[in-house]
Design a protein around this ligand. Structure first.
Ligand SMILES: Cc1ncc(COP(=O)(O)O)c(C=O)c1O
Length: 385
């Protein structure tokens, strides 16, 4: 069954209600039918609200099925999904390898918080492939990837990295938010843990914060489940419901955003003032061959360089936009634009771009209106001289 079909059916209650969506069950206490069962609940019967009720269970099963994974843990944000993945496999005295393009707050966790628990991070090139083996000293416990990186858009060679990591007994983790687990199937490429901010495309309407981690093997599933339980990671029933609902239309929405993003990227490429366009689905992206090999489709999030622009020019450009909002996050129905430079951090590799880097998160609006809006932005910068 294709994802488009599967996503219309997942999470249906199997009882006689006839409803096509899971109920939203709220609860902390779940009364045990007998004292004996208080400490010995039969498999499948939740004993306490924190482990998740109908809508959370529907979402877990849906994501396990979509990814082909053994277990899905839910978290209350995408940032937490990354953190849960790391805490599942890293131990004091170990080292995590992370690509230099990972999401900023995850990077802050790695550099500011994780060392307090005895785990150090070494950053590696964001477009790394087989060379990752050279960094895998005996103290390395895990590799954290983000492909493409959500600002700078470099891709990694996932199957190669997964194979080398497996050979050395190192766990591979990906933040797979860009593809929403739809156009990339990281576990099928051998990656061990796929973390995702469901806040983005799966939620799809900029009204939910949620994350998920799916484990590839039963052994990792046990460790992920145990860590999720021990640390009290939790997702609320209403949010899980919204994510299941978002899955129904995920393919359609992503297709629309991706198509529009490519139209806009093509238009940007005709402008003299615009430099490199960083869109993995374009043939001029440096790792486009990897994209074509590993992904079945695109998303609507990409960046472009404007040589010669300083921060003030980016701000003039953004302030002139009337349809694009200026704001964090992406994957919603509305288009957003940000200037990336103030938040770019690199330690393994220099940030390789000229002038300013602008990121566009393309939503559902008509492409012509978005292009007219961007024209307004460029005109405002030109008018300032
Ligand atoms: C790539 C990536 N991963 C994780 C996150 C964090 O997700 P959340 O905002 O749900 O914590 C973001 C948010 O922008 C992101 O861009």
């Amino acid at each position: 069954m294709k994802d488009a079909t599967r996503l219309t059916r997942i999470g249906r209650p199997d009882h006689a209600s006839g409803l096509v969506n899971p109920p939203i069950e709220r609860g902390s206490t779940i009364l045990a039918p007998s004292a004996g069962e208080l400490y010995d609940a039969p498999p499948g019967r939740p004993h306490y609200g924190r482990v998740g009720l109908a809508s959370q269970q529907a979402l877990r099963s849906a994501l396990e099925e979509m990814q082909g994974g053994a277990f899905c843990a839910l978290t209350s944000s995408g940032l937490q999904a990354n953190i849960l993945s790391i805490l599942t496999v890293c131990e004091a005295g170990g080292v995590l390898l992370a690509t230099d393009n990972i999401y900023g707050p995850v990077r802050s966790f790695l550099t500011n918080t994780l060392p307090r628990f005895g785990v150090q991070t070494r950053f590696v090139a964001p477009d790394i492939g087989a060379e990752i083996g050279d960094h895998m000293d005996t103290d390395v416990q895990a590799v954290l990837l983000e492909s493409p990186g959500s600002l700078t858009m470099e891709l990694q060679d996932l199957p190669t990295i997964a194979r080398i990591a497996q050979d050395k007994g190192i766990t591979s983790i990906i933040d797979d938010t860009w593809s929403a687990g739809l156009t990339l199937k990281p576990l099928k490429l051998g990656i061990d843990l796929a973390a995702q901010a469901l806040t983005k495309y799966v939620g799809g309407h900029s009204d939910v914060m949620l994350g998920a981690v799916v484990a590839r093997t039963d052994a990792l599933a046990d460790r992920l489940r145990a860590t999720e339980r021990a640390m009290g990671f939790y997702a609320a029933p209403d949010d899980a419901y919204l994510a299941v609902r978002g899955l129904r239309t995920l393919e359609l929405r992503m297709q629309r955003c991706a198509d529009t993003s490519l139209q806009i990227a093509d238009w940007l490429a005709t402008l003299d003032c615009v430099g490199a366009i960083r869109h993995p689905a374009r043939s001029d992206h440096p790792q486009h061959a990897v994209f074509k090999r590993d992904f079945s489709g695109s998303a609507g999030l990409f960046s472009f360089e404007v040589p010669g622009w300083r921060n003030a020019d980016s701000e003039t450009f953004l302030d002139a936009l009337e349809i694009f909002g200026i704001g964090y996050s992406w994957g919603g129905f509305e288009s957003l634009a940000i200037h990336c430079d103030p938040q770019l951090r690199r330690s393994a590799t220099p940030a390789r771009h000229e002038g300013a880097l602008i990121r566009l998160a393309i939503g559902m609006e008509a492409p012509e209106d978005l292009i007219a809006d961007l024209e307004r932005g460029f005109a405002a910068v030109a008018a300032k001289g």
